[in-house]
Write a protein that binds this ligand. Sequence first.
Ligand code: LLP
Length: 430
Amino acid sequence: MICNNIGINEKGHITFAGQDVCDLAQKYGTPLYLMDEDKIRENCRTYKAAMDACFASALPVYASKAACFKRMYEIIAEEGFGIDVVSVGEIYTAMKAGMSLENAYFHSNNKTDFDIEFAIENGVGYFVVDNEEELYAIERINDGNAQKQKVLLRLTPGIDTHTYEAVNTGKVDSKFGSAIETGQAEEITRLALGMQNIALAGFHCHIGSQVFDSDTFLRGSEIMLSFAAQMKQKYGYEMQELSLGGGYGVRYTEADPEIDIAANIRQVSECVKADCAKLGLQEPKLIMEPGRSIVADAGMTLYSVGTIKQIPGYKNYVSIDGGMTDNPRYALYGSEYTLFVANKAKEAADFTADVVGRCCESDDIIQPEVRLPKPVRGDIIAVCTTGAYNYSMASNYNRVARPPVVMLCGGKSYQAVKRESLDDLIANDL
Ligand code: LLP
């Protein structure tokens, strides 16, 4: 199995976090997002323990864009993480979950004045400043406040991660951050240091997502530290915090490698320590911002099978009661997934079909050419590793209601997000 929280029981049903998913489908209906709370906590603890052991000062920060709802923030806060937020919507959700914003890092390449005011008023600890214009806006909006606003500057170290283009952000021509190569990173540092209402806490980079090559992070830290050393030399500025962003990959299929997060963090720490010593820098507080590797393998989506269409000589389609509205990742990125017919997990996978959704859109595909036991109407399809960027990227296209999120914990289940109703769909229509 791609993850140790997936199994098959004596009935030949798929289990997730030790629970029969067919029973869960029956209890809560489909489509249904399941989240294994114990796995989320285990993933958090892997990061926390490794970072605490490796660095004198460190903070794991959850990139909440991966899965954002109130219960997630509660869990994350309990596990001692900070949060990466990218919108007032995420900030508001965290606040409503009772989370302190002291360790909130506010991203986005285009923060409006409203966003900036909202974040400052509500005590967001850090802005991760993308560009000069944003820096000027924070300086202006924070004027008159007793406290300087702490910021990290987001820099692009110019690394190409060889993952798919859409999630590759560390390159010089990225829409995110200020590039080191072009001199813009130095310019924004110089500007920040001269501002009255801003306290420069350090630098940030995020190189990409679904990254398996550990060298990427070592290269990233090397480039960032060498930049920090130049800033120290030129401006006498000593970086306090260094964020290396998120990005560690997860297993969507058996072909994906397994990443040893703790070993990777050890490697990064050795690299950071050696570079700091070599460059005469104080060891900064080290921040990592995982999203996917915290929640992806904690998720599974269940669907009911509807129409099965066989086009002789061409192909077969298995239609399910969800689709790109709850999981747009194949349509957007061609992402691979592992699927099961959950109530036929021990039967031979001798039928090939595209598993498709029910939207009016030919690209509404969950996964093409899947080998499955031939399903019939009413069977349950389980799609694995859907905890990251599925619920958070879901839409109401075709006015399809979003599924609920059900948490699994210690053999029990509870709803964290309820199913949208038809009335929810028209709630804002005047
Ligand atoms: N930090 C920053 C600044 C980010 O932009 C991201 C992700 C993360 C941390 C977390 O990266 P992770 O650990 O999750 O790889 N929707 C795409 C992924 C977009 C990632 C955006 N940024 C997908 O479904 O694959």
